[in-house]
Design a protein around this ligand. Structure first.
Ligand code: SAM
Length: 215
């Protein structure tokens, strides 16, 4: 559904959001937050063939699909963690990379602050993070076209393909509230001295990325 309704862009943006990580053969440790059905894993596996990947989500429905994907494509090597991230007990200083695709928009400011603090806590020194989210484009034309599409067309397609428009009715509302990752940049800058953002397709999605150093 996401692939078709985004004309393949949702996948391309996932790939772009981790493209700045240098490929490595080492057994790096990666945390995929709000992993959903494991849509980011194939990009991670290609870059890091020997990585230990932990994937976290609190939805048993999404994780049912993630488990099937894990079994079929990843030899059950991904460790799936079913927990609310806001109540996680992940190990400190444990991960080389933390990623998250499309999992930020439902978080309010306090939860984003928690996310930034926890990302710093679980990352090793030298570790990197990359968080991608659907966003409000800057240009008025794109904003109106994209907004109309997400608000009016996507719920209809949701009904046609999945028989369920409700799931998609909130997409534009959350996206409008979220804005783009520039809004959360100051929160992450409180925890990381090196943070930057990446625009995808005129800002229809944005990525915040950063690096944990000694400070
Ligand atoms: C839009 S989906 C994104 C899934 C996937 N990362 C992708 O690239 O498509 C957002 C996911 O975040 C999960 N989620 C939202 N809030 C969460 C929380 N507090 N703890 C864990 N998972 C959460 C939802 O269950 C859902 O699977």
């Amino acid at each position: 559904m996401n692939y078709i309704t985004s004309f393949g862009f949702s996948i391309r943006w996932r790939k772009q959001s981790v493209s700045w990580f240098p490929s490595a053969e080492e057994k790096v440790k990666i945390l995929d937050l709000m992993c959903g059905m494991g849509e980011t894993w194939s990009f991670l596996r290609r870059k890091f063939p020997n990585a230990e990947i932990d994937a976290l989500d609190f939805s048993p429905e999404m994780l049912k699909f993630a488990e099937a994907r894990n079994k079929k494509k990843f030899g059950n090597k991904i460790r799936i963690i079913e927990v609310d991230f806001l109540k996680n007990t992940l190990k400190s200083e444990h991960y080389d990379y933390v990623v998250c695709a499309y999992g930020l928009k439902t978080f309010d400011e306090e939860q984003i602050q928690f996310l930034a603090k926890e990302t710093e806590r679980v990352l090793k020194t030298g570790g990197k993070f990359s968080f991608l989210e659907v966003s409000k484009p800057e240009s008025t034309l794109l904003l109106h076209t994209f907004g109309f599409y997400l608000e009016n067309i996507i719920p209809v397609l949701g009904k046609i393909f999945l028989g369920n428009p409700e799931q998609y009715q909130m997409l534009w509302k959350y996206t409008e509230r979220f804005g783009n990752v520039e809004k959360v940049l100051p929160i992450f800058a409180d925890h990381f001295s090196l943070v930057a953002t990446m625009n995808h397709f005129g800002g229809c999605a944005t990525t915040i990325l950063g690096f944990k150093n000694n400070n």
